[in-house]
Design a protein around this ligand. Structure first.
Ligand code: 13P
Length: 139
């Protein structure tokens, strides 16, 4: 069971809901996290249960970033809006930077997300189980 974060900006939320609905059978069985509104929208439209953090502008990206910094998160699907400025742009950049620091697979558009979720379904993320097994825990 891997930890997956789902985040979508407002004009990408329909795309996120459609995507997660299409791959609900793959997401089911993993531990799902989301920013507040994205998580609510997905739960309203699927049978999935999701741990919701704060809404993005209120710190949700940073909360997910904290888990990425600890190498806890296994996959991020972050459907960003590339055509609209966000008040919390620094938080968004920080989250993406931390994904690169830890080498966490992170999709920022649905085409890449689809490739990663198909890879997940095929078992290509097994290496993440090893990361968790050998990662030192916090005492
Ligand atoms: O703003 C976001 C990510 O940067 C998403 O937040 P919401 O899911 O609460 O809309």
């Amino acid at each position: 069971m891997l930890k997956i974060a789902l985040i979508a900006h407002d004009r990408k939320k329909d795309e996120m809901v459609n995507f997660v609905t299409a791959y609900e059978h793959v997401f089911d069985g993993h531990k799902l996290y989301a920013t507040g509104t994205t998580g609510q929208r997905i739960m309203d439209n699927t049978k999935l249960s999701i741990h919701r953090f704060m809404s993005g502008p209120l710190g949700g990206d940073q909360q997910i970033g904290a888990l990425v910094a600890e190498n806890e998160m296994d996959l991020i699907i972050f459907l960003r809006d590339p055509l609209m400025a966000q008040p919390h742009e620094p938080d968004i950049i920080a989250l993406l930077r931390l994904c690169d620091v830890q080498g966490i697979p992170c999709a920022t558009n649905v085409a890449t997300a689809e490739l990663l979720v198909r890879a997940l379904d095929r078992g290509d993320f097994a290496w993440r189980e090893l990361v968790h097994k050998y990662k030192p825990g916090i005492e």
